[in-house]
Design a protein around this ligand. Structure first.
Ligand code: B4P
Length: 191
């Protein structure tokens, strides 16, 4: 199995590069952002709760997301591997992911961190906001998401660096060039 975390600030290209990873390597894509947005669309209880956090640019509570992921990993045990997109986002989620995979004799093989400077992130998200209609792609919420990223998510880089799985990827450039750098890292793992 190949288990990859695609990591980065909001707007760093996680969703974009995940789609290419799925296409090339046939891994199961688990995007907590997509899962939560689907719950909001379906107007479920979980969706209503998630919306109250996401629309402000805050993180949904750890126990909710951890529970969702734990169930999905169990359900897709026949997968060739997983792409974790937007998860983990806190140290607690990082610890939990390690334990969830360990239950199945698995571990994280690589954490691909897409490196993009702040100005470019804001620019991309404002652009997406003009077409996506996503409730969290407006200036105020983007600023809050970036603050939350620095405070709660960025410490995971050190967490994975000490475990030897962190790989920094230049996240500015054409989508195909960035994917080329990702392919190189994955091919190295498969050798
Ligand atoms: P996510 O859905 O994960 O949203 P995101 O951080 O904005 O990343 P996304 O994948 O959408 O954007 P991408 O960089 O691909 O999370 C949304 C919210 O859900 C969070 O704020 C939080 O509230 C909640 N949530 C999710 N997971 C959670 C968890 N684990 N715990 C708690 N809460 C959680 O793309 C951005 C834009 O850039 C696109 O328009 C794209 O076209 C463009 N782009 C991509 N690559 C580019 C490139 N190379 N050049 C130019 N533009 C590019």
């Amino acid at each position: 199995m190949l288990n990859i975390v695609i990591f980065g600030a909001p707007g760093s290209g996680k969703g974009t590069q995940s789609a290419k990873l799925v296409e090339k390597y046939g891994l199961k894509h688990l995007s907590t952002g997509d899962i939560l947005r689907n719950e909001i669309k379906a107007d479920t209880e979980l969706g209503k709760l998630a919306d109250s956090y996401m629309s402000k640019g805050h993180l949904v509570p750890d126990e909710l997301v951890i529970d969702i992921l734990d169930n999905l990993i169990g359900k897709h045990r026949d997968a060739k591997g997983f792409i974790f997109d937007g998860f983990p986002r806190t140290l607690a989620q990082g610890e939990a992911l390690g334990k969830m995979l360990e239950k199945h004799g698995e571990a994280i093989d690589a954490v691909l961190s897409l490196e993009v400077e702040e100005e470019e992130l804001i620019d991309r998200l404002l652009k997406r906001g003009q077409i996506s209609g996503r409730a969290d792609d407006n200036r105020e919420t983007i600023e809050s998401r970036l603050k939350v990223y620095h405070a709660q998510t960025e410490p995971l880089k050190e967490f994975y660096r000490t475990r030897g799985t962190l790989k920094n990827i230049e996240g500015v450039g054409s989508i195909d060039d960035i994917f080329g750098s990702i392919e190189k890292e994955i091919d190295r793992l498969e050798k």
